[in-house]
Design a protein around this ligand. Sequence first.
Ligand code: APR
Length: 170
Amino acid sequence: MRLWAVRGDITAVDVDVVVNAANPALLGGGGVDGAIHAAGGPEILAECRRITCRLPDGRLPRGEAVATTAGRLPARWVVHTAGPIWSASHDRAEVLRSCYRSSLQVADELGARTVAFPAISAGIYGWPMDDAARQAVAGVRSAAVEHVGDVRFVVFDDEALAAFEAALSD
Ligand code: APR
């Protein structure tokens, strides 16, 4: 499995699966979530609603992942995952690694070969970028997949790109 990092807008990436940094309610938001729903169109939210109806108390547990259509995006599917909110006093690193592992397993079950991840939890959820990158790479490397051969981290700025390139070189 090839892992690499690139600067860009994840909604424009032509891959099988784009991973969304969602929230447990799967109702859209800002950041990546807002961009994916804006570019992908209303079908994505409609399918999210159908999924949440079947989830315990209507919410996706943090660290887990579900797939929907990608709507008008170049990708075939969106895999939505809800990252942990940064805490200086509680170690939630395993939940963040689980976002990557679970998302890859969902993508692999769909038969996806190429997957694009954003820097989950490193925006509104406040996770320090350097550690977010380390957890991302560790989470992807811990996943057992059969079909996925190419995983890229699509990041929004040079600081994030440097953080992911450093994490990938470890
Ligand atoms: N493409 C790639 N990266 C992006 C894009 C984009 N179009 N838009 C934002 N980013 C980057 C941010 O700069 C940040 O580094 O993605 C990273 C994740 O930031 P957020 O989208 O804020 O995600 P997160 O920190 O996980 O917070 C999730 O925010 O949007 C809400 O509904 C969402 O409640 C959830 C929370």
